[in-house]
Design a protein around this ligand. Structure first.
Ligand code: A2H
Length: 255
C-alpha cells in the first residue's frame, strides 16, 4: 500500500498427497506444486498453522523457470514474468485455472514450520489484487490470522459452509515463536484482546492491532524458536529470509 514498491518474500508451501482434483494432471507429470504466499514477516514461518485463500478467488497454476509450479493469482504470475521467475521475460505459462474453493483442505508442507502439515483454509479478507492472493497464517503474530483462525475454530456453521473438516482446524494451536518483553509471547492474541477484536470482520480494530504487532515485533521481538532463538528479530529477519531463498524454499517478489 501507499507509494513505492512492496517487497514480499514468497514462501513455497508444497502440495502433498492427496492432491486436489484440479491439480492432479500437473502432479501426475511429476511436477512439484507450491502455494506461494507473500509475506513481510519471513522470520515468523516457524509458527505457521494453515494457509489462507479466498474461496471465491480466481487462481491458476503457473510454471516457473526452474520447473516448479506456483499456485497464485494470474495478476501476480504476470508480475513474476518481469522478475525472472517464470519461463521467459513477459511470458507465463498457465497449466490450470480454478477457484479458491477447489483447493480448500489441500495438505501442505511449509518451510521452517513446527507443524509437519498445514491445510488450506478460507479467509474472507484475502485481497486478490495484493501479493499472490495466497497468505500463510501465523496466528501468534498476525491479528488477521488469529481472528480468522478463531472464527473457524469457534463457528462450526462457518466450517460447514466451506466443507472444512474439523481435523484441518481444531488441532492447530497458536505457537509462541517471538517474545516481546513486557508485552507478550503471542502478540497477536494480546493485541486482539487490547483492541476488542471479535472476528475477522472487525477491520478497523484489526488494523490497529496489526500496526502494534508489526512495530513491536520488529523493534523489540526476540526469537524463541529455531536456529536463532535468543536473537533479536531486527537482526535475524534478513538472515532467515536469505537462508530460505538459498535453500530453494522462498523467492523474492515485488509489486
Ligand atoms: B504477513 P501489505 Cl506474522 N490479502 O505475513 C490479505 N493479506 C495479505 C495478502 C492478500 N492478498 N497478501 C499478503 N497478506 C498479508 C505474516 C504476517 C504478516 C505476520 C504479521 C503481520 C503481517 C503471516 N501472515 O502483515 O498490505 C501477509 O501477512 C502485516 C502487515 O502488503 C503479509 O505479511 O503491507 C502482509 O499481509 C502484507 O501486507
Amino acid at each position: 500500500e501507499g507509494v513505492g514498491p512492496q517487497n514480499y518474500t514468497l514462501i513455497k508451501l508444497q502440495v502433498k498427497e492427496p492432491v486436489p482434483e484440479c491439480l492432479k494432471p500437473i502432479h501426475e507429470q511429476g511436477k512439484k506444486i507450491f502455494l506461494a504466499p507473500g509475506t513481510l514477516r519471513p522470520e515468523t514461518m516457524y509458527g505457521q498453522t494453515n494457509c489462507w485463500i479466498l474461496p471465491t478467488g480466481q487462481y491458476g497454476a503457473f510454471e516457473m523457470g526452474n520447473g516448479d509450479v506456483f499456485v497464485c493469482t494470474e495478476r501476480s504470475a504476470r508480475n513474476m514474468a518481469y522478475q525472472n521467475l517464470t519461463t521467459g521475460k513477459g511470458e507465463y505459462k498457465c497449466l490450470a485455472k480454478f477457484t479458491g474453493q477447489d483447493i480448500l483442505g489441500a495438505a501442505l508442507k511449509a518451510p521452517l514450520a513446527i507443524n509437519e502439515t498445514v491445510y488450506v483454509l478460507p479467509m474472507l479478507s484475502v485481497d486478490e489484487e495484493k501479493g499472490t492472493g495466497v497468505v500463510t497464517s501465523v496466528p501468534s503474530d498476525s491479528p488477521d490470522d488469529y481472528a480468522s483462525l478463531q472464527d473457524l475454530k469457534n463457528k462450526a456453521p462457518f466450517r460447514a459452509k466451506f466443507g472444512i473438516k474439523d481435523e484441518w482446524v481444531l488441532p492447530f494451536e497458536v505457537i509462541p515463536i517471538i517474545d516481546i518483553p513486557g508485552y507478550s509471547t503471542t502478540s497477536a492474541i494480546k493485541a486482539c484482546q487490547e483492541n476488542n477484536v471479535k472476528s475477522q470482520n472487525d477491520r478497523a480494530l484489526l488494523d490497529k492491532a496489526k500496526e502494534t504487532c508489526y512495530q513491536k515485533g520488529f523493534n523489540d521481538g526476540i526469537m524463541m524458536v529455531g536456529k536463532y532463538a535468543g536473537r533479536k528479530v531486527s537482526e535475524v529477519k534478513k538472515i532467515i529470509k536469505d537462508e530460505m531463498i538459498a535453500a530453494g524454499e522462498a523467492v523474492e517478489y515485488s509489486e
